[in-house]
Write a new protein. Structure first.
Length: 222
């Protein structure tokens, strides 16, 4: 993918998946801004700090990107969290934390970038959801419901954006092959998991001009 001249904001980019996704976007020639609560430096990027569950911090970061870059072509949202627990065992604080991390953050980010994108008649928003939102399993109720809510947000927003030049899509990975997941599940077969490079390749495609006619897609990986 050739994205020279494009500005891409990758939120939650300091996490395990971001270690693959951020360099993939840098390799396209895009100007990459990494946003995270604890940002890290990588070659070829600008790193900014923000809590993406906080309305004011989200707005301030997006405003800074637009002010300094003069444009914002794509939002790649990797923000999220995971927690286990059956519904009957789930404390309300955990329930709220999952909804805030996985759903409210996506709402705040989408709402913050949309005015600029709509004004210019172009833009890409891509969220990372989870295949479990469509294929639930027992033992992670709050996480699965929060990701299902994210899919509802994406489907609703895609309808609202129809014909605007701005698109919203999502990738839905199964378990992602990260060092932390390998340590947590040593008996599992990671060859069946979603590879970070596959996710990164799909994200760069969805952010590119080649995906201009794709809106509201939910792409399962792994």
């Amino acid at each position: 993918m050739d994205m020279k001249g494009k500005v891409v904001l990758i939120t939650g980019g300091a996490g395990a998946l971001g270690q693959t996704v951020v360099p993939a976007f840098v390799s396209t020639g895009a100007s990459v801004i990494l946003g995270d609560r604890t940002p890290i430096q990588m070659p070829g990027i600008t790193a900014l700090k923000a809590d993406f569950t906080d309305h004011t911090q989200v707005r301030n970061l997006v405003d800074e990107v637009v002010r300094t870059s003069g444009r914002l072509d794509a939002l790649i949202n990797l923000v999220g969290g995971f927690a286990t627990g059956r519904l009957v065992e789930t404390d309300v604080s955990l329930w709220q934390r999952m909804l805030t991390m996985n759903l409210t953050s996506a709402f705040l980010l989408s709402q913050a970038v949309l005015p600029f994108m709509l004004q210019h008649g172009q833009g890409r928003i891509v969220h990372v959801a989870a295949r479990a939102a469509l294929e639930p399993f027992a033992g992670a109720a709050a996480y699965i419901v929060s990701k299902a809510g994210l899919i509802g947000l994406i489907r609703t927003l895609s309808s609202e954006l129809e014909g605007s030049g701005v698109t919203v899509n999502a990738v839905l990975p199964s378990t992602i092959d990260t060092p932390a997941n390998r340590r947590a599940m040593p008996a599992a077969d990671p060859s069946k998991w979603a590879r970070p490079d596959s996710i990164a390749h799909t994200l760069t495609f969805l952010a590119s001009e080649a995906a201009s006619q794709i809106n509201g897609a939910l792409i399962s990986i792994g």
